[in-house]
Design a protein around this ligand. Sequence first.
Ligand SMILES: Cc1cc2nc3c(=O)[nH]c(=O)nc-3n(C[C@H](O)[C@H](O)[C@H](O)COP(=O)(O)OP(=O)(O)OC[C@H]3O[C@@H](n4cnc5c(N)ncnc54)[C@H](O)[C@@H]3O)c2cc1C
Ligand SMILES: *[C@@H]1O[C@H](CO)[C@@H](O)[C@H](O)[C@H]1NC(C)=O
Length: 642
Amino acid sequence: MRLLLLSLLASLSLVSAVPTTRDAEEYDYVVVGSGAGGGPLACRLARNGYKTLLIEAGGNPTGNVNVSVPGYQAVVTQDPTLRWDIFVNHYQDQNRAKRDPKYTYEVGPYQYHVGPNPPPGAKELGILYPRASGLGGCITHNALIWILPHKSDWNDIATLTGDNSWAATNMNQYLDRVNEWLPHAPTDPTILLRDLPLAQHLLGGASAIGVGPAPLDAIPQLANLLLQSPNNRLNPARDSAEGYFQIPLIQKFGSRVGVLEYITRTVEEGFPLTVQTDTFVTKITFDKSSEKPKANGVEFLQGEYLYRASPLHRPGYGRRGSVTAKKEVIISAGTFNTVQLLKLSGIGGKDELQRFDIPVVKDLPGVGTNMMDRYEIPVNVKHPKDFSILDGCTFDLKDHDKCLKQWQSNPYILGARGAYGTNGLAAAMAKRSDFATTSDIDLYVFGGPINFQGYFPYWGDFAVRDHQHFSWYTLKAHTKNHAGTVELRSKDPLDPPLINFNYFDTGTTAGGADKLDVSAIVQAIRMSRQALSDYNAYKILGGTEFVEENPGPEMQTDEQLETYIKDRAWGHHASCSCPIGPEDDPMAVLDSEFRVRGVDNLRVVDASIFPKIPGIFIQSAIFMASEKAADVIMAANKEESQ
Ligand SMILES: Cc1cc2nc3c(=O)[nH]c(=O)nc-3n(C[C@H](O)[C@H](O)[C@H](O)COP(=O)(O)OP(=O)(O)OC[C@H]3O[C@@H](n4cnc5c(N)ncnc54)[C@H](O)[C@@H]3O)c2cc1C
Ligand SMILES: *[C@@H]1O[C@H](CO)[C@@H](O)[C@H](O)[C@H]1NC(C)=O
């Protein structure tokens, strides 16, 4: 009777003050967020017998074709059931920010205007930063690219903290664990090599990095080049190896496979993992009876699309609840949301917390500072003719989408699933720029038949609107800017936070850091142009001439290219906002065992933990850290119970 009444009350209550029962279940561990950080960790804890609750704000996208088709990697980021529209500032000066044609305004609820000349009354938003909310987090909508971190990424954490378990030699075992559940493989080259003009571009890339084959033997030689894995752990010089490489993807037989499938399998196989989707955590709760506050659970709201960043958000909805964790609470809500949740729970710089009337649980000024990202920039060209690989691809999941039919009805052999069996990006030039300060390569320049210019609402539709574009994309790794911040906009947990990246000269400038970053990217643009010029050496393949649209042929001097980069670069590997650091660093948020300093039973495991942005692509490093966290947490538990 009482239960019935309570649940009646609960279902009536919407967002009200009515307290519901503490969940009758007790879990050993409560993990908040099911992406790259939280998903693998929760699975590993459950697989070792610990009763684990995995809480995820978004829904369960199993069966959503947008997710499984690698060729939909751009389109899936627009899926309203999955996406959060988060807007960020690359520059705080809005006039400077508006030099980017991707600058976006709000003209109605979840209605946007992109670029100059907004209609009267339009509200300034900034630059779209795509995020997925759903089981598997951003792994469910990302570009699938699987590149392992560099040894220095791990060794630097070991040096910084004195904790040698972070040494690269020790971290290898965690990659082995990831490999137990994560399939990855490069694009089947036969999909691409049938489109000779596309192959001609890829040959241009090979030539620009110094391994271009003779034109008469070009296609078989290109196929050989695409056998080169960038992840070869047996090559001791791998981290500094320049050259031309295939791009491995998180996929099996031409379908995206990632964290979502691993979570599903862990539950199906009967391990004690409970997954609670459509549940937005609003606060971490603490037992404050002893001197050191002890995290003991979380409060949440239940309902679909509760965060205001979701385009399906409806106001005044959500049922309150809470749950306790017998052992620990682990926050894996991602670089922006982990910070927001910590601060709302009283962990952050005390000045900011007091400004919002949030009782301080632990004054930790580093929360939401030190944020890093990579810079990305394209050279886009347009041909008069379509790339034949994309014939019949409408990228819209509709009946006329012939490429979807082909993908659905064919086995994964000899490229039979066609263009949608790949993310469209097959090969990368890896280069150590003249401005790198270590021996690691710091430029990845990869090419594909797509017109991607960065993120703005419906960028996915734009990128594939015609089939005539080819682009080389530069990803600048080991960037030096760590001046990004995440701050509360309000005390309302459903309000996305204020995110400032403070790009280039408005960020870290010590030691000429901003100059080193931008100069390396200028070098990469010149290398991209070299690839486009070397394309002409393979005319025998019949590709048409093209026109460079971005940066555009008039942009030649270093100064012009620097301006192009500073105005238009973007990122999608936001990280480092709750950094691990040494005891004596007041800005370090976590100790080397992922523990939030100054409180008990609370850890953070996601992209925010890194002191410096790792590697070239980030998901592999987060997965490895997630597996390490599982080890550390289980070891601590064993110690305690002895
Ligand atoms: C468009 C795009 C393409 C990318 N491509 C690649 C790529 O090709 N290769 C690569 O290596 N990396 C790529 N990345 C980056 C990579 O996917 C992310 O860095 C990674 O997923 C981050 O992992 P995370 O665990 O920190 O957070 P996420 O994966 O974002 O997971 C966080 C989860 O927490 C949930 N959550 C947040 N707040 C709450 C709350 N209060 N309560 C409950 N749940 C909450 C969210 O819904 C989300 O599911 C890409 C990113 C984007 C956006
Ligand atoms: C897939 O994404 C598109 C947006 O790009 C959206 O219109 C469509 O509804 C999504 N499909 C599903 C099954 O969610």
